[in-house]
Design a protein around this ligand. Structure first.
Ligand SMILES: Nc1ncnc2c1ncn2[C@@H]1O[C@H](COP(=O)(O)OP(=O)(O)O)[C@@H](O)[C@H]1O
Ligand SMILES: [Mg+2]
Length: 275
């Protein structure tokens, strides 16, 4: 069971979401969580995708019994019994299983369905500085649970044509969640992924994304880098696998921007509370 770290308050809970598949959600969740942990912030990565790509980047499925699926059952297993340590003493992972895919049907009609993850997180919010959640490529009940329990939303967008289409639905869901169950939810930022500076497509879409999201866009872009594709197969993050790669460099920079924005947001909220 993870002990208390350097934690000074309540965790920042970051949902990485975009209902499109293949846009770099999982790659961002893994390597952003790892980069934040490298800065000695106690970090928990929660895998909420039935595909388990983030989990498999750390453990073999045979290595763990409990998974995030067990959060949603009628007799939920506490998160502390699901969370596993990693090679990095500041990084912990709550792995997922394919069974999560059954949730949509299983939770249908349960009035508290959107709140199960939030309930599971409440007892551990003091134990971590950062909680990073990887979500499936859909706006179903799992992503809704992530948005209901998050403090911030981070949207990865692939530098490709039609990349922005579909974010309308995500932003609409965001708006609905903000209007009721989670009024404090904020968009922390939008990050461009799979960027290739040699192509017009990447440059055009960058402009389009900037025009659409303005200041929400992170300055750091994540370029295409084959090392990012390879590292999960070796059960490594980019920082142990290829620490000098552009992927490592860019995720380190993104983590700095994330930490800075969260800090600024805390100051703003604090002064609003005081006023
Ligand atoms: N910056 C990148 N450079 C190269 N390959 C990447 C990069 N980001 C993601 N990939 C690869 O693209 C595929 C989709 O990325 P992934 O993070 O799994 O997206 P999602 O979780 O949104 O489906 C994976 O094979 C991943 O390894
Ligand atoms: Mg994924």
């Amino acid at each position: 069971m993870p002990g208390k770290g350097t934690v000074s308050g309540l965790a920042c809970v970051l949902a990485i979401a975009n209902q499109k598949g293949g846009v770099g959600k999982t790659t961002t969740a893994i390597n952003l969580a790892a980069a934040i942990a490298l800065r000695k912030k106690k970090t928990l990565l929660i895998d909420l995708d039935p595909q388990s790509n983030a989990s498999i980047a750390f453990f073999d499925a045979a290595e763990f019994q409990n998974s995030t699926y067990d959060i949603f059952s009628d007799h939920p297993i506490p998160l502390v019994d699901i969370i596993r340590p990693t090679k990095d003493p500041f990084l912990y992972v709550a792995p997922s299983r394919l069974a999560l895919a059954k949730l949509e049907q299983q939770l249908a009609g349960q009035f508290d369905a959107p709140f199960k993850l939030k309930d599971a997180l409440t007892p551990i919010l003091h134990d971590y500085d950062y909680i990073v959640m990887d979500t499936p490529p859909a706006l179903g009940i799992i992503t809704v649970n992530a948005l209901v329990s998050a403090t911030h939303l981070l949207i990865p967008i692939q530098a490709a044509y039609f990349a922005i289409e579909g974010t309308d639905d995500l932003l609409e869901t965001f708006g609905r969640i903000r209007s009721r169950p989670n009024p404090d939810l904020k968009i922390l930022g939008v990050v461009i992924t799979l960027f290739d500076k040699r192509t017009n497509i990447s440059r055009d879409t960058h402009e389009q994304i900037r025009a659409t999201f303005g200041d929400a866009l992170f300055k750091t872009r994540i370029s295409k880098n084959v090392r990012l594709e390879e590292s999960p197969a070796y059960k490594e993050t980019i920082f142990s696998f290829a620490p000098k790669s552009s992927g490592a460099e860019e995720y380190r920079k993104l983590a700095l921007e994330v930490l800075q924005r969260v800090e600024e947001d805390r100051v703003t909220r604090h002064s609003q509370d005081a006023a």
